[in-house]
Design a protein around this ligand. Structure first.
Ligand code: PAF
Length: 284
């Protein structure tokens, strides 16, 4: 596996591949890699001829009240995992590579980024869009892979690519869950066993929504009430949102008469967790 620390070297490697007509899959990450990330690498390898991951804890996507220094950094095991999953290359930029001295140009993120995470994490998607677009330029790959767990992030990147005419195919990969059903996340490592137990209210709430829909409940406010009750019983410490939304616009829906998505953000102890599940309307 090539390990690039210099943007120019990583850029050259990607351009060498694409010049030969080789498809290149980009897997952007902030490190602290887990099986969810590795499934993106595996999907990229199944889709593209070469795969390059990036590891960069992007300072601009942390809202003012969020602690960038607390974000886990596990470079050695990240590299070992990427090798195990046969990534062809990894790019580990320095902050100055992404944000050179005097940097002041940011992406104004699309409308779909405004509610939910946009409300709870001011500036977050401005930072995400800026770094992702920059990575798309530095590593001009044919495909890029993102996880469905960050549902609004994926919708935001798809909208940005459409709006700005970026020539890259975005692939959204399914959520991976641990055996206790908690969605895999770099932040799960912060949970104490007792907190983790309480956090299981999140997947449980999503499962109960599916059951309710299967039983014929299609009123979104009823489904939201079910999620909120289960989360309160968990109990999680704070429900930031639990909503049924349109999968493209991320606006609240009133009924499940089209495909929708249930989205949750909740705090357990000091840890903020997000999860979601797609909901298909029932026939008839
Ligand atoms: O999902 C993430 O890990 C980050 O938001 C991303 C896409 C790597 C941008 O920093």
């Amino acid at each position: 596996m090539h390990v690039f620390y210099q943007a120019a070297e990583a850029n050259r490697w990607v351009r060498q591949q694409t010049a030969l007509g080789i498809t290149v899959g980009l897997v952007p990450t902030m490190g602290a890699l887990h099986e969810g990330h590795f499934s993106l690498v595996d999907t990229s390898r199944g889709t593209c001829q070469k795969t390059i991951a990036t590891i960069f804890v992007n300072p601009t996507q942390f809202a003012p009240h969020e602690d960038l220094s607390r974000y886990p950094r596990t470079l050695e095991s990240d590299l070992e995992g990427l090798r195990r999953h046969h990534a062809d290359a990894v790019f580990i930029p320095e902050t100055e590579d992404i944000y050179p001295r005097g940097f002041s140009t940011y992406v104004d993120p699309p409308e779909v980024s405004l509610p939910w995470e946009g409300d709870c994490r001011p500036g977050h998607f401005r930072g995400v869009c800026t770094v992702v677009l920059k990575l798309f330029h530095l590593l001009p790959s044919t495909h890029a892979f993102f996880g469905q767990k960050d549902f609004q992030q994926a919708a935001t990147i798809i909208a940005m690519v459409r709006d700005l005419g970026v020539n890259i195919e975005i692939v959204v990969c399914p959520i991976l869950r641990d055996p206790d059903r908690l969605a895999m996340s770099s932040r799960n490592r912060y949970l104490t066993p007792q907190e983790r137990n309480r956090a299981l209210a999140i997947p449980l709430a999503l499962e109960q929504v599916q059951l309710a829909v299967a039983k014929g409940i299609s009123d979104a406010s009823q489904l939201e009430a079910i999620m909120k009750q289960i989360l309160s019983e968990g109990p999680v410490d704070q429900i930031e949102y639990a909503a049924i939304v349109d999968p493209y616009a991320l606006t609240r829906v009133t009924r499940i008469d089209h495909p929708a998505v249930a989205i949750i953000a909740a705090r357990v102890g000091q840890t903020r967790l997000i999860d979601n599940d797609r909901i298909a309307p029932q026939d008839g």
